[in-house]
Design a protein around this ligand. Sequence first.
Ligand SMILES: C[S@@+](CC[C@H](N)C(=O)[O-])C[C@H]1O[C@@H](n2cnc3c(N)ncnc32)[C@H](O)[C@@H]1O
Length: 228
Amino acid sequence: MTVTNEAEKQARVDALLVQGKNVYQPLYNYPHKPAIGPLRPCLDRCRAVEEAMGDNIEGRKLWDAGCSLGYNTLYFVDRGMIGRGSDIDPRNVSLCQEIQLYTPGSATFVQEELSAETCAQIAPGDFDYAFFFSILHHIVQNKGLKHVQGMMQMLTERIPVLFVELALKSEIPPPGYTWDTYLPDEELAIFETCGALDIQLIGHFATHVGPVPRPLYRVSRKNGGGTS
Ligand SMILES: C[S@@+](CC[C@H](N)C(=O)[O-])C[C@H]1O[C@@H](n2cnc3c(N)ncnc32)[C@H](O)[C@@H]1O
């Protein structure tokens, strides 16, 4: 890429950064200083999830739902996975598409709403792993706990391993947000209707929201669920 092209790209990235609601994530492999810094890091979660995945992730298919600026998708694409990031916010998807060329490998980013309707379109074998990091509380608020329980039922039947980072009812959301009032007391209630699952706690991770760290779980079906 020529210097002019690179300067134009940087200007486009900065323009997208300043026009959005927030800058949630760092820009993976982006070689310039972004106009706005991130609300929270991602490397801590990526390292923990990578360890939980074990070896043999090359060529595995990953779906990162609510991918924000694509950090988590691109981290694993950089390690050989085939990544699909989706987000409801078109500005986030544009940013992902702007920065994805700094990471070799196979990454696709699409604008898409995560809902029971989109989950119903997934077929077994489409993905080996899926991430739902700090997104499900928004859907519990907008569509209700039963809707999300139905989603989790479909997802655990169709994708061998899910990693979920869950907001907690005990958090105090930033001004203007009220998702805490919609959340169940017990965060794993979203899996209550799924039948037998193997749920492992991977760790707790700090957020910009407040002092309460969020749990991140690895979820697979008992009896044969999971990838080897
Ligand atoms: C709190 S951020 C978390 C970002 C990222 N998953 C992480 O943990 O680093 C939530 C993201 O989910 C997206 N989002 C919220 N509701 C969504 C939905 N129903 N479908 C798809 N994306 C959604 C937002 O645009 C935002 O990028």
